[in-house]
Design a protein around this ligand. Structure first.
Ligand code: PRX
Length: 644
């Protein structure tokens, strides 16, 4: 199929300076249609759009109307007929020291072959598939193969348990799931196929299961439903990429919010691809010969956007690592950087704090001189962690790109932009907005915050990476994101802007926790506890944690007749099995009653304040004073136990 070529003069983005940024930023805000009309040529399109932005059905913004493209073409095909053919697209390694290098040519072959396998299994344009895989090559291959034939995918983090997986399969309507026999994690094998089998007991839409042989674990294969990946792939096949509409959904990614049910964030094809590839160029200025390591899990938006789509669209070489940074050695991460000559490292503040605890000796033991740029994501970075990262990892010469964004924003929205600008960094600030992003901070009383005043962060105008909607729940899209201040996108975060116009992100303003950079809703954890049927009430909040940022604390009331002895452990185990380890509270306290309002709502802020020895605030709506003393007693008892 004939495609229209990429003609964006990238040289114009070089010679970074504040003036250059100001000019680009100004163009993007004053005339977004003209700006994106030019910048969308970072991709190859089969057909040019008729209109850049359709805002007639706001806040359901649509970009590049009637433009046609295929992401797998952009991520793979366009590199195989030039010098990138034999360039590594992915260098896979794991905690066992195994290694696999997949070139663009190799990726092209794999994607085509798996695209055909999906077609043979009856998957067609408009269908959805689920992917539940560890950090192995088959994960990006499955994502790209689905996109190639026009199917959407939902990739579920392999740390989620059977019920969490089933919930996502049901909501997305996936007809097929790609999984593996197992995945490696700290010397253990996580039995992924077993979890899939359990999940399929709670869902009826999945007809086919494709299993990658990875850990050589024994699995139960169901005749007529389950197929080995290696039995159905490997043919020399070319599958014509399906020309997709710019606004066709590419994937659904579930994320936590202020209710128990995770939201299926739906991303587009054209706008999303333009956004993630442009923002990666602006923020990190990656070079052709760089080795890029986005050390997130592919199950989160960071992995989707910056392990898979953006680096492949730009033709970069990425490290794909299956395992923990500190296993089997405390210096595992530094070994990998040295061995593969990583040039850009992008990770989370939690990971940095964890590595910091092991001490400076570990990074010092290694040659980290290949590093040029460092990045962080997922939570605010405290200045001490920033300094440690800067000095001990970057040897005081690598800029730190603190990227602020969300599942819903598709890609970075506020961050340093080394490709276009050179402003000084401030530890803890994500600095300035990307082109097209107009942040505004609004106070509780509705007034625009002055310099240095804390308020809620909103984004005034749409941008191409903004999600399309919430799957099957457009009302939730409008009410969650566009109703607090009508027409403005609400991030759910607090922020301030300083005298120099730098943005400082101050954490969530809602019932959402950030635990090791993972986004977890307090109500999601409460629902998980209630689903065990061992407790009748649960109140959950986050407490500050030195390494993880926040940790999960729960207060629960047992159901009558339930034995208190060992209840905490039983709850943890059940929640782990059903929903996965990341939802499990670090502390569970058993009490007789919880503070509630007269209308029966659990007052989490009161529980949290008592726990943290803070003033509980307004108690006029409290139903029973005794509930507060109950919490106080439980906390005291807990502290005494720790002391002993
Ligand atoms: O609170 C903000 C925090 O992470 C939230 C988004 O989480 P999620 O959708 O899981 O995406 C994480 C990866 C993009 C935000 O609402 N957050 C993310 N990056 C930063 C951050 N907080 C401060 N600084 C950051 N750089």
């Amino acid at each position: 199929m004939e495609e229209m070529s990429n003609s964006l003069p990238f040289d114009s983005l070089h010679n970074p300076s504040i003036e250059r940024y100001r000019q680009i930023y100004k163009e993007s805000i004053e005339n977004p249609e003209k700006f994106w009309d030019e910048h969308a040529w970072i991709l190859n399109w089969y057909k040019k759009w008729d209109k850049v932005l359709d805002d007639s059905n706001a806040p359901f913004y649509r970009w590049f109307i009637n433009g046609k493209l295929n992401i797998s073409y952009n991520a793979v095909d366009r590199h195989v007929n030039n010098f990138r053919r034999n360039k590594a697209a992915f260098i896979y390694t794991n905690e066992r020291g195994e290694e696999k290098i997949v070139t663009y040519h190799g990726l092209y072959k794999r994607v085509n072959s798996f695209a055909q396998a999906l077609k043979d299994m009856g998957i067609k344009k408009g269908d959805t598939i689920a992917i539940y895989l560890p950090m192995i090559i088959e994960a990006p291959v499955a994502m790209l193969a689905a996109a190639r034939i026009g199917a959407a995918f939902t990739l579920v983090f392999s740390g989620f348990g059977a019920e969490a997986l089933a919930e996502r399969i049901n909501d997305s309507g996936a007809k097929l799931i790609v999984t593996a026999d197992g995945g490696y994690r700290r010397g253990k094998i996580i039995q992924l196929k077993e979890i899939v089998d359990k999940a399929l007991e709670y869902t009826s839409n999945v007809e086919t299961v494709i299993v990658v042989k990875h850990t050589n674990t024994d699995v139960n294969m169901v005749e007529g439903r389950d197929y080995w990946y290696h039995h159905i792939t490997g043919e020399n096949i070319y599958v014509e990429p399906e020309p997709m509409d710019s606004n066709d959904p590419l994937f659904i990614l579930y994320t936590s919010g202020t209710t128990g049910k995770p939201k299926g964030i739906v991303h587009s094809t054209g706008g999303y691809a333009v956004w993630v590839s442009s923002t990666l160029k602006w923020a990190f200025d990656p070079q052709e010969t760089d080795r890029w390591w986005c050390a997130a899990d592919i199950g989160w938006i960071t992995g989707h956007s910056y392990i898979v789509f953006a680096p492949l669209i730009l033709g970069l070489t990425s490290i794909l690592y299956e395992g923990s940074f500190d296993y089997p050695f405390p210096d595992q991460i530094w070994r990998i950087i040295e061995l593969y000559g990583v040039n850009i490292l992008y990770t989370s503040p939690t990971a940095i704090r964890m590595l910091m605890k092991y001490g400076d000796i570990y990074p010092k033991k290694h040659d980290l001189s290949s590093l040029r740029i460092l990045g962080t994501v997922g939570e605010p970075i405290n200045p001490a962690a920033w300094e440690w990262y800067y000095k001990n990892v970057g040897n005081s010469r690598c800029p730190i790109v603190d990227t602020y964004w969300q599942t819903e924003t598709g890609g970075f929205i506020i961050s340093p932009q080394l490709g276009i600008a050179n402003w000084p960094l401030k530890p803890g600030s994500a600095t300035y907005p990307h082109p097209g992003i107009e942040p505004v901070i609004i106070k509780e009383n509705g007034e625009i915050a002055k310099v240095g005043e804390k308020g809620y962060l909103f984004i005034k105008k749409p941008w191409p990476g903004l999600m399309l909607t919430v799957n099957k729940d457009p009302n939730r899209y409008v009410s969650t994101y566009f109703s607090k201040v009508k027409g403005y996108y609400f991030t759910g975060d607090y922020a301030i802007m300083d005298n120099d116009g730098y943005f400082w992100l101050l954490g969530r303003a809602d019932e959402v926790l950030k635990v090791s950079g993972h986004r977890i809703g307090t109500i999601e954890v409460e629902d998980a506890l209630l689903s065990t049927e061992l407790v009748s009430e649960a109140g959950v909040f986050g407490k500050p944690h030195q390494v993880k940022g926040e940790s999960i604390v729960a207060f629960v009331v047992p159901k009558s007749g339930i034995q208190r002895e060992g209840l905490e452990e039983r709850l943890k185990q059940m929640v782990r099995e059903k929903f996965g380890p990341i939802i499990v509270p670090d502390e569970i306290h058993v009490v007789e009653m919880l503070p509630k309002t007269r209308s029966g709502k659990i007052m989490r802020r009161v529980i949290k304040a008592v726990y943290l020895d803070q003033l509980p605030g307004d108690l006029t709506t409290l139903e029973s004073e005794a509930s507060v003393s109950e919490i106080r007693d439980a906390v005291e008892k807990f502290r005494n136990e720790i002391k002993q």
